[in-house]
Design a protein around this ligand. Sequence first.
Ligand code: FNR
Length: 387
Amino acid sequence: MTRQDRTNNVADLRLMARRRLPRPIFDYIDGGADDEISLRRNATAFADYELVPDVLNDVSEIRTETKIFGQASRWPLMLSPTGLTRMFHGHAELAVARAAARHGLLYSLSTMGTTRLEDLAQAFAGPKVFQIYIFKDRGLTAEFVARCRDAGFHGLALTVDTPVAGNRERDRVSGLSLPPKLTLRSLLSFALHPSWSIPALTGSKFDLANVSHKIDALSSGPMSLFDYIGGQFDRSVGWREVEWLAREWNGPLAIKGVMTPEDARRSITSGATGVMISNHGGRQLDGAPAPIDQIEAVRNAIGDAPDLICDGGIRRGSDVVKALALGATACSIGRPYLYGLAAGGEQGVDRLLTLLRQEFERTLTLAGINDIASLAPRHIRHRTGRP
Ligand code: FNR
């Protein structure tokens, strides 16, 4: 029995991750923008919803299979894209993707990932989505589309909530640099956290694998990743670019970062097949609404067919049940699996997914629901009336 096997929930894995990681790295995962209001609200908003159970329904078997991005999923959960994953564990994205595949779930690779998309696709046969940006350099975005098609990715998630980087004050206080620099302070951190992997610290293997060729090509001298990324965000991006990307890709495409019914409708009329309601886990616009509170209005606006993924704040399997009852197709998680990864690598992610799955199934059983398709608005109630 490993140490992470003794964890009971996401909160336990978070504490284990905090003990294992140097503080600046933990804060990079755990933190949010400005006063972290959205970060907190994303999770606490779930507590404002009550589940209203049916009783005396045969719950000896429960159907949880669904489709997300057109791909089969064992239950309605997927793994959100997160950048810089090698900083948290030496096995990085591959460890997460392998655990996701074992659980029959979709994995999304970030543009800012530390594994080349072709390497991930080769090592991982499961359903996979690539998270893309419309960069100033449109050629780079077009290149990603072609590479994803060649590598066999099943869908794209276009992140639209990042015209500039959010204001993460924890990172400034901690002096986090990317890649992490070898200084006296970071060496000390490493000595204090021997289970954290050295490649992350030295930067020797630390690489934004999918865009590094551009960094090399663009910079004559040393250029920080922050400089490059900051320089590539394009504040002029609009719906025309979404239409262009939808045509170019011509496959399952979700717009990640949509909050309102109007933008959700526009996403679909612009050619997307779904939306991810998201405020980037509270890392971008602080004060943005909690995704769970936007589901009903967005579902009403786009109708039944498009994927509607609630991304952010999920910390219990019961949260997924609530999102589905409000009209979501599925939920997506970021920090929870990163806590698992930092706590115990692939096994840590495995533990996290097992715990959430057990909570999800137990909640459905207790609520008298034997098929996720039968979850309906009558199973959920907002404590204070509608948000
Ligand atoms: C993210 N997220 C993110 N999103 C994205 O579109 N591209 C990215 O590169 C990243 N990188 C990233 C790094 C880290 C460390 C975190 C925690 C998050 C946001 C992510 O996809 C997702 O929207 C949130 O994590 C969801 O909120 P929870 O599950 O963390 O509460």
